[in-house]
Design a protein around this ligand. Structure first.
Ligand SMILES: C[S@@+](CC[C@H](N)C(=O)[O-])C[C@H]1O[C@@H](n2cnc3c(N)ncnc32)[C@H](O)[C@@H]1O
Length: 306
């Protein structure tokens, strides 16, 4: 997928007049890093072409920019298990609910493909799909390095590029919350064979969040809603699956903790990441949210059958 790097900043237009282009750019970057959204107008720089946007347009852009920052962090750092519970939860799930031999598995939102490759190494026929091309490149590289034959494709969870009844298992780890969840669940159902199973692990509000915390967390992850257990139950039960079962809620593990417990030997960090201030900023923000709000951050794991 062709993605244009968009950076958006908010500046006071009267300050622009006397500023030569280069210091202007550096002001933009420093504003970007701090995300200080304090003025009336914003300017978006698209591949260094400066484009003016109205306040309403940029409100839309701003949402997109922050979303890119969080998912960019995962992609640039090549995080292998960017889901609550981490790789430990994935391993536990697969031990607790072993998949039938020869199952055809679709991992939706596979990221850098660690879970898909783990399953492929166990002999399953695995396809991983993700909307971001960087994730697919890293997942493909991982499969090559670990010498497994998982297939990785770019595609959208809400419009899966597969015929109906194509898979025995749909595995999802922290993806459905980032998209139109009901639409994604209906797509998982569509591509499953009759009797096939879905397993999905998603973030929830572990306990009611004060509004300012809720706003900060949803803004950071760029999700419309962070549902609680009851709300998730309604969504899962509204979907067409039968025999639905919801485990949890569990408290979140930080990505960093999981990396210590289950180091990823095929994590590929983009060159230059160490010097990428915006990347550090979003990483720090992630750590800070997880540190300060850990008592609120949880997840559930739901299962269903077609
Ligand atoms: C939090 S990460 C989880 C990645 C992976 N499941 C893991 O556990 O490491 C969310 C993933 O969902 C992908 N994603 C977001 N929107 C998507 C969509 N509409 N369709 C497919 N993948 C999507 C992102 O690119 C990202 O890789």
């Amino acid at each position: 997928m062709n993605r244009t790097k968009i950076v958006a900043v908010e500046v006071n237009p009267t300050e622009l007049i006397a500023i030569p282009p280069f210091s202007f750019l550096s002001i933009c970057y420093s504003q970007l890093i701090h995300f200080e959204w304090t003025y009336t107008y914003y300017i978006a720089l698209v591949h260094y072409n400066i484009v003016f946007h109205s306040y309403d347009e940029i409100k839309m852009l701003r949402k997109e920019v922050i979303r890119m920052e969080y998912l960019d962090m995962l992609a640039k750092l090549g995080i292998g298990n960017a889901h609550p519970g981490g790789f430990a939860a994935t391993i536990k799930q697969l031990e607790q609910y072993p998949l039938q031999t020869n199952s055809q598995v679709l991992e939706v939102g596979c990221g850098t493909g660690r879970t898909s490759c783990y399953l492929a190494a166990k002999g399953y026929d695995v396809t991983g799909i993700d909307i971001r091309s960087e994730m697919i490149s890293k997942a493909t590289l991982r499969a090559k390095e670990v010498n497994v034959s998982a297939v990785f494709l770019e595609g959208d969870a809400c419009s899966l590029p597969f015929e109906s009844h194509s898979f025995d298992v749909i595995l999802v780890e922290s993806v459905s919350i980032f998209v139109d969840t009901a639409k994604a669940l209906s797509e998982y159902y569509r591509v499953l064979r009759t009797g096939g199973k879905v397993f999905d692990r998603e973030m929830i509000q572990f306990k009611p969040m004060p509004k300012e915390i809720y706003d900060e967390v949803t803004r950071f992850f760029q999700i419309d809603t962070l549902w609680d257990y009851q709300e998730w139950s309604q969504i899962v039960n509204k979907a067409a699956f039968k025999d639905t079962q919801i485990e949890g809620p569990f408290l979140f593990h930080k990505i960093n903790e999981d990396l210590l417990e289950h180091p990823d030997h095929h994590q590929h960090i983009d060159a230059g990441s160490f010097y990428d201030a915006a990347l550090w900023e979003v990483t720090n923000k992630y750590n800070s949210i997880m540190e300060r709000y850990q008592e609120y951050m949880g997840y559930i794991h739901f299962m269903g059958t077609k």
